[in-house]
Design a protein around this ligand. Structure first.
Ligand code: PEP
Length: 254
């Protein structure tokens, strides 16, 4: 049985004071929904305060990115040692970082290895653009991203990795993939690629999230899909009631 994982990616939103208010509005309810894994990924500035507030609730904290080196002359970066002081999880290779900040398949792989070496649970994002989708290249693109991200990892390491399938055309657009399409890619592309690389047992154990305009309205159908093991939620994770409703939908569907 795969425990679903629901992560809220706050992106570059919320000051520390706003983050405190958001956590206060949902931490009791999130704390009760313990049959699924719940993770909040605030901006770096708010991480220590959010970690302090959720301590003891069972809700985890994740970073939205990190560098792969432990320390040194890398102005502006955050190291795995700093992340793991407060976080259990780290998002790696979000499409916004790939698009705006030069994140490459190679840096994703280095960050993934660093996260695993430091005992963090990585959430690795993959997904195709609208153009790739229209050209019929979704499958090859997503499989290629999965292979590049996991290059050089052992089966044991892969067991700790969560992959988030996030079609870029669905992120922040209000146009979520249909449940059938999300299920198809999660199963026939992401899980099948992991099976090709590591065999069926590792693939069956891997948790695969869907991300892209998940809302309380579409979460019940998405979370009911057999190969979707939770969600990476952007916009809706900024509203306490919406994020709680999405987590609740996963609890009820699984
Ligand atoms: C995301 O940030 O990963 C995301 C899926 O955003 P949204 O839910 O707003 O589409």
């Amino acid at each position: 049985m795969r425990k679903p994982v629901l992560a809220g990616n706050w992106k570059m939103n919320k000051t520390v004071a706003e983050a405190v208010a958001l956590v206060a509005a949902m931490k009791d309810e999130l704390g009760q929904l313990s049959s699924v894994e719940r993770v909040l990924c605030p901006p770096f500035m708010a991480i220590p305060e959010v970690a302090r507030l959720v301590a003891g609730t069972g809700v985890g904290v994740g970073a939205q990115d990190m560098y792969w080196k432990d320390g040194g002359a890398f102005t502006g970066e955050i190291s795995p040692l700093m992340v793991k002081e407060f976080c259990s999880h780290v998002i790696i290779g979000h499409s916004e970082r790939r698009e705006h900040f030069g994140e490459s398949d190679e840096s994703v792989n280095l960050k993934l290895k660093a996260a695993l070496a430091h005992g963090l649970f990585p959430i690795v994002c993959v997904g195709e653009t609208l153009a790739l989708r229209q050209e019929g290249r979704t499958e090859a693109w997503v499989a290629g991203q999965v292979k590049a991200a996991l290059a050089g990892l052992s089966a044991e390491q892969v067991g700790r990795v969560v992959i988030a399938y996030e079609p870029i055309w669905a992120i922040g657009t209000g146009l979520a993939a249909t449940a059938a399409e999300a299920q198809r890619v999660c199963k026939e592309v992401v899980r099948a690629t992991v099976a090709e690389l590591y065999g069926p047992a590792v693939a069956q154990g891997m948790r695969i999230q869907y991300g892209g305009s998940v809302t309380p309205a579409n979460a019940p159908e998405l979370m009911a899909q057999p190969d979707i093991d939770g969600a990476l939620v952007g916009g809706a994770s900024l509203k306490a009631a919406d994020f709680v409703a999405i987590v609740r939908a996963a609890v009820q569907a699984k």
